[in-house]
Each structure stands twice: as structure tokens, then as C-alpha cells.
Design a protein around this ligand. Structure first.
Ligand SMILES: Cc1cc2nc3c(=O)[nH]c(=O)nc-3n(C[C@H](O)[C@H](O)[C@H](O)COP(=O)(O)O)c2cc1C
Length: 215
């Protein structure tokens, strides 16, 4: 099916205020690899601690891979994951410093920093990150991956799609299901992403006086 019913928007208020977690999607809408990569490029403009970009995405679209995912997903989440054009599993890469050299060298290639600045920055980044315990690294990747997940949800809306963030799955089994090293990749959340087939439910938000302190 062509995606003519998918209407992109740049209306920021509409993107954030009308976002709802969507429970079912039009299963006939196919999102191309090109468009998915475009959305990922935009989503990964999200900030991350020392720009380590410690995220890893599984873009699950084939029937075979979806079946694997459903085995570890709570039954309450099956319909959204089955009907979504893409079910996305987001993991935090606990070995994120292995990418430091590539990230900081690319800054030199792009002319953002000199070779000398890069060497200084890279040394500082490694000095900051290397002594971190696994618990501290988990904390860092969970924060960074939460930011990229939110950005992906908003980017999806700008492309005319909707999403549902999902924690209802077995995080102790998902690595094994997809052959990902448990010690390296920490499960963060799933996202169902596709063309909405329902309107979701209205939900309230606590007012600023309940959730903020002015000091
Ligand atoms: C980290 C996270 C995990 C969630 N897990 C689930 C889930 O497993 N199943 C589900 O239906 N919704 C899940 N939700 C959606 C929330 O229920 C929803 O965001 C909340 O009720 C507010 O509704 P809204 O997203 O429509 O504004 C999750 C949301 C977040 C942020």
C-alpha cells in the first residue's frame, strides 16, 4: 500500500501536544529503509553524555523477527507490536567508549576541531568514562537512550507516524532472542512505530505546582 495517508508535519505544538501512545497501527503501511534511516539520523541528533551516543537499535520489521519479539513481549503489547510498521528495540551500549576514537576523529575530518584538540578531548573523555562502574555506565546509557527514544517518537510524528513506548517485555530474555551480548547491550525499551489505526486515549498531566519546586 502507498503511504499517501501518512501526512508529515512541522507543527511543533501539534507534534508534542497531540502525541498519544497508539495501541494499533495500519499493518499495510511499509516504512522504507531510507525513511527509517532518515528518522534515525534526526533522532540521534539527541544529546548524549560526552557525545558517546551509546544507543543501539534493532529495527524489527520482518515477520520472522517480529515473531521472536512477540515471544518476549507481554500479551498486552502484542497488537501494537504486530501491527506497527516497525517495532524498535532500543539498547544501551555499555561498551560505549569503544566508539570514542571514531567519534572524535570524525570531528577532525569534518573540520569541527583540530587534531590537537581532538587528542585532548579524547583523553579527557576516556579519563572520565573508563573508571566508571557497570552501574554508573547503566545510569549513563539509560539517560541517553531515554532522550533518543523521546526524540525518535517526536521525529516519527513529524513524518506522520505515531508510536508507543513499551516496557512490558522480558528484559532478561530479549538479548538471547536476538543474539545480543548481555554484558554489552542493556535493554532500554521497545517502540511500536507506524501509521495510527486508533486515536489512543486522552491522558492527564500533573500541574507544574505538583511536580516542580521554585527555589
Ligand atoms: C518507558 C515507558 C514504558 C511504557 N510501557 C508501556 C507498555 O508496556 N505498554 C503500553 O501500552 N504502554 C506503555 N507506555 C505508555 C504509557 O502508558 C503512556 O505513555 C502514558 O500512559 C501517557 O500516555 P500518552 O503516551 O498517550 O501521553 C510506556 C511509556 C513509557 C514512557
Amino acid at each position: 500500500m502507498s503511504n499517501t495517508s501518512v501526512i508529515p508535519t512541522n507543527d511543533f505544538e501539534k507534534i508534542i501536544l497531540e502525541r498519544r501512545s497508539i495501541k494499533s497501527y495500519n499493518p499495510d503501511v511499509i516504512i522504507s529503509r531510507e525513511e527509517m534511516e532518515d528518522m534515525l539520523k534526526k533522532a540521534t541528533r539527541a544529546p548524549s553524555s560526552t557525545n558517546m551516543q551509546p544507543w543501539h537499535f534493532l529495527i524489527i520489521q520482518s515477520a520472522e523477527s517480529k515473531a521472536k519479539l512477540l515471544e518476549v513481549a507481554s500479551p498486552t503489547n502484542h497488537v501494537k507490536l504486530e501491527t506497527a510498521s516497525a517495532a524498535i528495540a532500543i539498547f544501551g551500549d555499555l561498551h560505549y567508549t569503544t566508539r570514542a576514537e571514531e567519534i572524535y576523529s570524525t570531528n577532525v575530518e569534518l573540520g569541527y576541531v583540530t587534531e590537537e584538540m581532538k587528542e585532548r578531548q579524547l583523553a579527557a573523555v576516556l579519563q572520565w568514562n573508563s573508571p566508571k562502574t557497570e552501574e554508573q555506565r547503566r545510569d549513563i546509557v539509560m539517560t541517553d537512550c531515554g532522550l533518543v527514544a523521546m526524540q525518535l517518537m517526536l521525529v516519527a510524528r513529524s513524518h506522520g507516524y505515531d508510536t508507543n513506548p513499551i516496557n512490558g517485555y522480558d528484559k532478561t530474555r530479549i538479548n538471547e532472542a536476538f543474539g545480543l551480548d548481555k554484558k554489552r547491550y542493556a535493554p532500554v525499551m521497545l517502540l511500536a512505530l507506524g501509521k495510527a489505526a486508533d486515536e489512543g486515549f486522552p491522558t492527564m498531566r500533573l500541574s507544574p505546582d505538583k511536580i516542580a519546586q521554585w527555589l
